[in-house]
Design a protein around this ligand. Sequence first.
Ligand SMILES: [Zn+2]
Length: 164
Amino acid sequence: MNNEIIENLAEKVRHELGLNDVLNVDMDIVLEKLGITLKIDETHEVEGSFTKGENGFEITLSKSYDGTNKRDKFTLAHEIGHLFLQYDPENPNRVFNRKGQTEEEYQANRFAAAFLMPQSLYLDSLNQHAIDNKVDMSEVANDFGVSVEAARTRGRFLGYLSWN
Ligand SMILES: [Zn+2]
């Protein structure tokens, strides 16, 4: 699955959820609209996982989500990526764990970044916070409610920021 497909898919899901112009996406609303139950299990061995349980789609986090934790927000978007990228109705109970560096994990990360920071909104944010060709990345990260690291990685991936 190439990047263009993942970008388009993330845009499509945002569109379907009525989030086209929303900068800082509320993941609780996204989960609700998608009918995904959020479970918290402090004994969970990975920070996030996705599967289909008896009562429908479930994401399990290893600690409670208060809507402000940026890494957890990215993890939720990552797990939703598994639903749209790899979930197979023929094998519904497969559990996707957020660990390791498999191609599927990379794809879910790409989906999460595209879902939380769509290209056009990202470029707008970048331009808005640029002064003399320098960008305050903490402002960009703040726009989208993601970590500075995630915002920077997205800019590099889209070719707007250099890798060094
Ligand atoms: Zn994963």
